[in-house]
Design a protein around this ligand. Structure first.
Ligand code: FAD
Length: 473
C-alpha cells in the first residue's frame, strides 16, 4: 500500500498510516514492484545514501526510520549554531525527502520499536546509518565528578537535543579546561568565549543562551596529548578563534621549540595550519586583563581529576606517539569538558559490532556476519560514523555514503539480493505517533516562526512530547 504523504492532508495521512501499518510496515513494504530499501537514521549518511539510490536505481523506494521525531542528526544537534552555512545541506536533504518514492518515519527507533530482523524481512536491503551518540571515556580517577562533563553532552545542551536541556553546566567559575583538541573541542571553546550578541543571532537554544549570558568563564584551556604538529583542529576553526572579539589566544612558546624546523617537510594543509599557529605565537601581545583567553596546551595527558584542578602528565613525542614522562603538572579548572570523541553502540543483537572500535564490522559498507570468517551478511549495509568510526566532516560522510549506496545498487542489479515478497502484518499499534515528513514540516515551521520573533533562525523544541503535539500527534 502506498501512502502519498505529501499529497494528503495531515489527518488523512495519519489514518492511512494506521491502516497501512495493519498490512505491513511502510508505504513501500507492500509493493513488490519496487526495490525497497530501509535506511536507519536520518543524518547525513542516511540522506545522502537515499539520494544516491533514488537517483541511480530505477524503481527503488527508500524509507528512512529515525529515532527522534526530527531529521538531520548531527547537522541539527552537533554542528555549531554559529556555523549556519554548514547546515545548508538540509536543503539538499529536503529535496530528497520530496521524492515521491521516499518516506520519513520519525519517532521509530531500531532496537526499541522495531528489530533488525523485522526490517530485513520486509526490505530488500537495510542500510544502518544510526551514527555515534555516546562518548569515549578518559578512564582516569574522578572522571565522574559533577564538574566533569562530556563535550558531547554540552554540545547537545546548547543545540537542544531532547533529554539534554537539564544538563545545567556550572559556568560560575572562571576557568574551563577542555580535554581534547579536535574541532568539537574548538566549537565548545568558541561557544564559551563568543560574545552574547553573536550567539543570540544563532539557533542556540534559549536555555543555553540564558545560562551563557550569566557565565563567568574567562579562560578556556584546550589540552592535547601530542604537539602542535599533530593538532586535530583545522585551520578554519583556528582562524575563527583568532578572530573572536575580546578574546586573546595565548600559546606556550615551549610547545613550539622544534616546530619551525619541521615546516618544510609538512603537507600543505598541515603546513598552513602550523604557519598560522606560529604567526599567532609571534604576534602574541602582552596579556590584557580585560580580555577572555583561549589557551591551547600541547604535550600534556590527563592523569587524574582533583578539586577544581586536573593533574596532567607531561608527554614526549616518539614517532608521533605521546609517551608519558614522570613530570606532573596541575592545571586549575572549575569545569572540565572531555572531548575525546564520539562512540557508536550496538542497538540490536543482529548486528555484528566491533566493541573495541565502536563501529559495525563491515567491508566497504557491506556488513559482515562475523569478524572471523569475514562473510558478508547479504542485504545489510552500514554507512556514516557507524561504519567508519566518528571522524570526518559531512563531505567525508557524503562520499562514504555514496560509495555504500552504489554497492547496494550494484548488488540489487546483479541479483545478489533477491527481490523478496513483503511479509504482511507487524503489529504497529505502538507506532501510532510516527512522524511523517509532513509532520516534520509542521514542527519546522513552528520552530522557524518562534525563532523569528526572537531574531534568530529558529527556536528548537527540546521536548519530544512538545514536538509531537505541534506535529498534531
Ligand atoms: P548522525 O549525523 O549522527 O546521524 C545519525 C542519525 O541516526 C541521527 O539522526 C540519530 O538520531 C539516528 N539514530 C540513532 N539511533 C537510532 C536508532 N536506534 N534508530 C533509528 N535512528 C537512530 N561536519 C562538518 O562538515 N562541519 C561541521 O561544522 C561539523 N561540526 C560538527 C560538530 C560536532 C559537535 C560533531 C559531533 C560533528 C560535526 N561534524 C561537522 C561532522 C558531521 O556532523 C558528521 O560527519 C555527520 O553528522 C555524520 O553523519 P551520520 O549520518 O553518520 O551520523
Amino acid at each position: 500500500m502506498l501512502i502519498p504523504g505529501r499529497l494528503l492532508g495531515l489527518e488523512n495521512v495519519k489514518k492511512l498510516w494506521l491502516n497501512a501499518t495493519k498490512n505491513g510496515f511502510s508505504s513501500t513494504a507492500g509493493s513488490s514492484a519496487k526495490k525497497r530499501i530501509c535506511v536507519v537514521g536520518a543524518g547525513p549518511a542516511g540522506f545522502y545514501a537515499a539520494q544516491y539510490i533514488l537517483k541511480h536505481l530505477s524503481g527503488s523506494a527508500v524509507d528512512i526510520i529515525e529515532k527522534l521525531p526530527v531529521p538531520f542528526g548531527l547537522v541539527r544537534y552537533g554542528v555549531a549554531p554559529d556555523h549556519p552555512e554548514v547546515k545548508n545541506v538540509i536543503n539538499t536533504f529536503t529535496k530528497t525527502a520530496e521524492h515521491k518514492n521516499f518516506n520519513f518515519y520519525g519517532n521509530v527507533a531500531l532496537g526499541k520499536d522495531v528489530s533488525l530482523h523485522d526490517l530485513r524481512e520486509r526490505y530488500h536491503a537495510v542500510l544502518l546509518t544510526y551514527g555515534a551518540d555516546q562518548d569515549r571515556q578518559l578512564n582516569i580517577p574522578n572522571e565522574n565528578k559533577p564538574n566533569v562533563l562530556s563535550a558531547r553532552k554540552f554540545v547537545a545542551w546548547y543545540n537542544g537535543l531532547p533529554g539534554a536541556h537539564n544538563l545545567n553546566p556550572d559556568l560560575s567559575g572562571e576557568t574551563v579546561a577542555i580535554l581534547g583538541q579536535g574541532n568539537v573541542a574548538v566549537d565548545v571553546a568558541r561557544m564559551l568565549l563568543s560574545p552574547m550578541d553573536t550567539l543570540r543571532k544563532t539557533d542556540t537554544t534559549e536555555h543555553a543562551l540564558e545560562a551563557l549570558s550569566r557565565s563567568r568563564v574567562k579562560q578556556v584551556y584546550l589540552v592535547g596529548r601530542r604537539g602542535p604538529l599533530q593538532a586535530a583542529f583545522t585551520i578554519k576553526e583556528l582562524r575563527e578563534m583568532l578572530k573572536l572579539p575580546n578574546v586573546q589566544t595565548l600559546w606556550k612558546p615551549d610547545d613550539f621549540t622544534d616546530v619551525p624546523a619541521e615546516l618544510p617537510n609538512l603537507q600543505r594543509p598541515r603546513k598552513r595550519l602550523t604557519e598560522l599557529m606560529l604567526k599567532s605565537l609571534s604576534e602574541q601581545p602582552a596579556i590584557s586583563s580585560s580580555k577572555k583567553f583561549f589557551l591551547p596546551i600541547f604535550l600534556r595527558a590527563p592523569r587524574a581529576i582533583g578539586e577544581n584542578e586536573i593533574e596532567l602528565t607531561v608527554t614526549q613525542l616518539q614517532n608521533n606517539v605521546a609517551v608519558l614522562t614522570d613530570k606532573i603538572e596541575r592545571l586549575p579548572a572549575d569545569l572540565l569538558l572531555r572531548s575525546i570523541g564520539y562512540k557508536s553502540t550496538c542497538v540490536d543483537g543482529g548486528i555484528c559490532f566491533d566493541e573495541r572500535k565502536g563501529c559495525v564490522y563491515n567491508e566497504n559498507g557491506r556488513v559482515l556476519k562475523d569478524a572471523v570468517s569475514k562473510t558478508v551478511d547479504k542485504g545489510l549495509y552500514v554507512a556514516g560514523w557507524l561504519g567508519t568510526g566518528p571522524s570526518g566532516v559531512i563531505l567525508t560522510t557524503m562520499n562514504g555514503a555514496f560509495a555504500v549506496a552504489k554497492a547496494i545498487c550494484d548488488d540489487i542489479l546483479s541479483s545478489e539480493l533477491s527481490i523478496a515478497e513483503a511479509k504482511p502484518g507487524l503489529d504497529f499499534n505502538k507506532f501510532q505517533r510516527v512522524v511523517t515528513w509532513s509532520h516534520w514540516q509542521r514542527i519546522d515551521q513552528a520552530e522557524t516562526q518562534a525563532g523569528q520573533v526572537m531574531g534568530k533562525p529558529r527556536e528548537k523544541f527540546v521536548d519530544v512530547e512538545e514536538m509531537l503535539k505541534v506535529a498534531g500527534l
